[in-house]
Each structure stands twice: as structure tokens, then as C-alpha cells.
Design a protein around this ligand. Structure first.
Ligand code: F6P
Length: 320
């Protein structure tokens, strides 16, 4: 093996730079050359790349975002896109591709391997933490900490004004971010797509706890758990409390990666190259029980990651 490619794809996640750096440095340490594609699959489709040596990835381990840039490339979801990307990989004589991204990226990577026969290794990097076969993903811990920082600040004003705050966090269709942020922030209520909720019951609970002396509350809602504006309005009307809505939005995707996100990125980046050297063809660097293991890419991209029921029960117990 002589030449491999690397790309950061889909939504950016803090730690992507550290993952590219680890991939490049592990590859060069093993005598491989690396090209980096610009803007994820869009750059592969447009054949926009540059050679990356060890120096090209200096000074980026601590930076959020991705210096290779990224994009949402709908074309790669089509059979035409896959065959166009296959041609580009072959034209470049690539013997392996490392795709750093979320579930859509893993799906596309899988298809790309099937169409081209070129080994593809996926590195799970998404703030959503919604990939099966890995306990966690690069960027998740950073996003949770970023959101927690905001929640702590919102708690100050919620307490001072005796208000209810609804805080919407990211997570796409899943509630992993909301659950961990909610528990860490001591939220009174956590609304996630995986668990049905009843607004009337929540209002009853808020009124009852207000009667018992709890004058403010924080409700964390995952973006996939319903329209937060409607939820806020219903809570306002049914309780008569002052209810405010804060959508944290893309602030959760930026910033310096935490130690956990960086270490995961270093381990996974290095493992991706090792997997290629070991002859793996279609795998993801999964993190299980404190080590990086190969997980079938198809399994990772088609299986729904289960919610940690134990954590949800804990959230309920601690919110009383
Ligand atoms: O997948 C990461 C994520 O931030 C999701 O949490 C969110 O739903 C989505 O991306 C937002 O995507 P975009 O930045 O393309 O609007």
C-alpha cells in the first residue's frame, strides 16, 4: 500500500482536525502517502485534493471545525454520485480511503467501497453520538460540555427571575445530547424523541413542584423531540408561568475539542490506518470498553444505536 485518501464529511465535529492529523501522521510513519480531499464528498466528486505530510497537519490538534472543510453533499446519496466518486478514487490510484463523519458519511463510505472495491475505513465524528457499534463519537463530549456551559448560565437567570426555560439542543433524530446535557445540568425535565411525553403531565408536575417551593425549572428538549416553540407556548398557556425558549443551535458544533474528543480522535485516526494496513476493507473505528475495535461499516450505518435506558431512569430519579 502506497497512497490513501482522507476526507471530513457531513456536519463538522470538534476533534475532526485531530483525527486528520492522527491519520496522516500514522500513515506517514508507516511509509504511506496521503491526499486530503477538500469539503468532504463534494471535494471527492470534484476531485479537489492536496498532498498532506506530517507538517501539513501541524498546529491543528486543538482547533474546532475542520481545516479540510466539509459540506452536505446530496449527490453522493445517488448511484450516479457513487460511480462518479469511484472514478475519482481510481483516477487518483487510491488504495484506501478514510472517511471522518457521521451516519450519512458511513453509509456513503460503505456504498463507495461496494462500488469501487477500494478499502474504506470510517471514523465516527458527529456531535449527535448516534452511530451503532461505538460507545461514543468524536465531538460528542465537546458538544455536551459546550451546551452544559450555556445551561449553567441559563440556570442563573432562571433562578433569579423564577422562570421556566425550555432549552433546545441538537442531536438530529436522537436524544443522546439532550440526555447527557440534561443530566449534567440538573434539568427538571428532559424531552427526547425516543420517549413519548405528555405536556399536561409536565405542566401538572411543574405546578406541583412550584407549590412545593421550586420556583424555576429547566426543560431540555432535543431538536428531534417536537417543535420547541409549540412546547414553550403550551407550557406558558397551561401553567401561567413565565416561560422562555433558548435554542442553542450551531454553537454546540464549534470550539476547541475537549480532552476526551481529542484522545478519541488520536486513537481512531491511528487505528484507521492500522485497519487499512491489516487489510480491513469496510470497517468503522468503533470505541467499545475503552478500546478501538473494527466494526462492520454496514452494521454501523444501518443499525439504530440503543438509548441508554439506565441513564434515562437516572435522569427521572434525580429530577424529583
Ligand atoms: O449532525 C450534526 C448536526 O449538528 C445535527 O445535530 C443537526 O440536526 C444538523 O447537524 C444540522 O445540520 P446543518 O448544519 O446542515 O444545518
Amino acid at each position: 500500500m502506497d497512497l490513501i485518501g482522507v476526507a471530513t464529511t457531513g456536519g463538522d465535529a470538534p476533534g475532526m482536525n485531530a483525527a486528520v492529523r492522527a491519520t496522516v501522521r500514522k500513515a506517514t510513519a508507516n511509509g504511506l502517502r496521503v491526499i486530503g480531499f477538500e469539503k468532504g464528498f463534494a471535494g471527492i466528486l470534484a476531485n479537489e485534493s492536496r498532498f498532506l505530510d506530517g507538517r501539513a497537519v501541524s498546529g491543528i490538534i486543538h482547533l474546532g471545525g475542520t481545516f479540510l472543510k466539509t459540506a452536505r453533499a446530496d449527490e453522493i446519496k445517488t448511484p450516479e454520485g457513487i460511480s462518479k466518486a469511484t472514478e475519482v478514487l481510481k483516477e487518483n490510484h487510491l488504495e484506501g480511503l478514510v472517511v471522518i463523519g457521521g451516519d450519512g458519511s458511513m453509509r456513503a463510505g460503505c456504498k463507495l467501497h461496494e462500488a469501487s472495491g477500494i478499502p474504506v475505513i470510517g471514523i465516527p465524528a458527529t456531535i449527535d453520538d448516534d452511530l451503532a457499534g461505538t460507545d461514543t463519537t468524536i465531538g460528542f463530549d465537546t458538544a455536551v460540555n459546550t451546551a452544559l456551559d450555556s445551561l449553567d448560565k441559563i440556570r442563573d437567570t432562571a433562578t433569579s427571575h423564577e422562570r421556566v426555560f425550555v432549552v433546545e439542543v441538537m442531536g438530529r433524530k436522537r436524544g443522546f445530547v439532550a440526555l447527557e446535557v440534561g443530566i449534567g445540568a440538573g434539568a427538571e425535565v428532559i424531552l427526547i424523541p425516543e420517549i413519548r411525553y405528555d405536556i399536561d403531565k409536565i405542566c401538572g408536575w411543574l405546578l406541583e413542584s412550584h407549590r412545593r417551593g421550586k420556583k424555576s425549572a429547566i426543560i431540555v428538549i432535543a431538536e428531534g423531540a417536537g417543535d420547541s416553540t409549540n412546547v414553550t407556548e403550551m407550557l406558558r398557556q397551561k401553567t401561567g408561568f413565565e416561560v422562555r425558549l433558548t435554542k442553542l443551535g450551531h454553537v454546540q458544533r464549534g470550539g476547541h475539542p475537549t480532552a476526551i474528543s481529542r484522545l478519541l480522535a488520536c486513537e481512531m485516526g491511528a487505528a484507521s490506518v492500522q485497519f487499512l494496513l491489516d487489510g480491513k476493507k469496510k470497517h468503522m473505528t468503533g470505541y467499545q470498553d475503552n478500546s478501538v475495535v473494527p466494526v462492520d461499516l454496514e452494521y454501523a450505518s444501518t443499525t439504530q444505536k440503543p438509548l441508554d435506558e439506565r441513564l434515562y431512569k437516572l435522569a427521572l430519579e434525580l429530577a424529583t
